[in-house]
Design a protein around this ligand. Sequence first.
Ligand code: S3P
Length: 208
Amino acid sequence: MASPTACWEPSSSKKTACHDGSNRLSQQDVSTIRPLQNLALIGFMGTGKSSVGQLVAEQLRFTFLDSDVMIEERTGKAISAIFEQDGEPVFRDWERRIVGELGARTKTVIATGGGLPADEANLASLKTHALVVCLWASPEKIWERVRHQTHRPLLQDADTLASIRRLLKLREPCYRRADVLVNTEMRSIRAVAQQVIHQFQMARTASR
Ligand code: S3P
C-alpha cells in the first residue's frame, strides 16, 4: 500500500514541518490508483471535516455531502438517537450502505463520520473514486474543540480526554492509510481548506 504524504506527526503533540523525501506519496502513485472524481475527508471527531468540506466544495464548485447528515435524513433520527435506540452496529451498517452509494457520484466532497474508515472495506471503497484526505489533530486539541459539545455518543464519558486518546490510538492506523494527511492544528479552517484543495489539484493534474 502506498504511504501517505507526511505532514503530521500523530504520536506527538509537537508540530513538525514536512521533511522532504520522507514517507511521501508521489502524485504519480495517486493517479495510477484510481480516477479522482471525488474528494473524501476522513479523520477523528472534531478535526473539522464538515466545516472544511463545505468550504472546499464551495471553492471547487462540487456538491457537499456529509455521511452523518445522510444517515440522519434517511433514518429520520439524530445520530445519538440511533446509537441509543438501535445500537452502534446499526449505525455502522448505515455507514456501509452510504459508502456503497458514493462511487456513483462525481464532483462531490464527502465528509465522513470519524469511525467510518475504521472499516477497511469502507476506506477501500472510497479509494476507488476519491482522493482520501485525513484531517489530523492531537487528542488535546480535539478535546479543546469538542469538550462542550454533547451530540457525539462516543464522547459522553466522564473523562472525555481519556476516551479521545484511547479511540484515536485505536484508529490511528486507519487514518494513516489516507492518501494525504493534513495537520489542522494552528491552522484556520480556511487555511486547511486551501491545503486540501492544493493537494487535490496536484493529484488531479498528475492523473491527466
Ligand atoms: C463517530 C463520529 C461522528 C459520528 C458518530 C460516530 C465516530 O462523526 O459519525 O457519532 O465513531 O468517530 P464526526 O466525526 O463527524 O463527529
